[in-house]
Design a protein around this ligand. Structure first.
Ligand SMILES: *[C@@H]1O[C@H](CO)[C@@H](O)[C@H](O)[C@H]1NC(C)=O
Ligand SMILES: *[C@@H]1O[C@H](CO)[C@@H](O)[C@H](O)[C@H]1NC(C)=O
Length: 187
């Protein structure tokens, strides 16, 4: 089509610019529909849009694999921030055995379990085994839930008044996006 433009003396640079803008706009619209399809499945669509649109280079040029990889990068940064918070909470509660036990469990779950699950998810993403990507990604959230809710269903969740539950809930929202995109990749 562009070649035809070149042959046609009535087409000027302005029209080519308009044409290219239209192509760019159509691509953006298609990507917008894709983000809609992802984020309307999430519990917090606004958070989902903001997160995916914050991918360096913009969401327009990103494919689903790029978006999952970006969400995993964000998860890793979130886990690092959260690990620092947990270490601080352990230091701050030297004599409160219940608090120390709870935060020590969380340190294992977040610093070890969740980081390992992120690594496994990345490995599966690289090997493009999309059919198991979602169950491996769910493993990240399991580790976070074990920290917040306790190890067994009979455990009374620790009444945590620190920032940790809010941090954990943000990570769960990021992981939810990873799981949603994993399901789309498997189709
Ligand atoms: C996690 O990352 C998101 C996106 O960068 C940010 O908005 C949020 O504050 C982070 N949360 C934690 C606990 O690091
Ligand atoms: C949790 O702790 C806060 C502050 O100490 C208290 O106000 C609240 O009632 C407690 N909640 C439960 C369910 O024990």
């Amino acid at each position: 089509m562009i070649l035809k433009f070149h042959d046609d003396p009535t087409v000027n640079g302005f029209e080519i610019v308009v044409f290219l803008r239209l192509v760019w706009w159509a691509a953006g619209k298609r990507k917008g529909a894709e983000l809609d399809a992802i984020c309307k499945q999430s519990k917090n669509p606004t958070f989902c849009f903001n997160l995916l649109n914050s991918i360096p280079g913009g969401a327009t040029d990103a494919n689903l694999v790029d978006l999952v990889q970006y969400a995993l990068d964000v998860t890793r940064v979130n886990l690092t921030t959260t690990t620092k918070l947990i270490k601080r909470l352990i230091r701050r509660n030297p004599n409160d055995i219940e608090a120390r036990d709870h935060y020590t469990l969380c340190l294992n779950r977040i610093h070890q379990g969740a980081f390992d699950a992120v690594k496994s998810t990345e490995a599966i993403l690289k090997s493009r085994e999309f059919y198991i990507l979602n169950s491996i990604a769910c493993g990240i959230r399991t580790q976070i839930d074990l920290c917040i809710d306790g190890e067994s269903p009979s455990d009374t969740p620790y009444n945590d008044t620190s920032l940790l539950p809010a941090y954990a809930s943000v990570i769960s929202e990021v992981v939810e996006i990873i799981v949603i995109i994993s399901n789309l990749l498997d189709k």
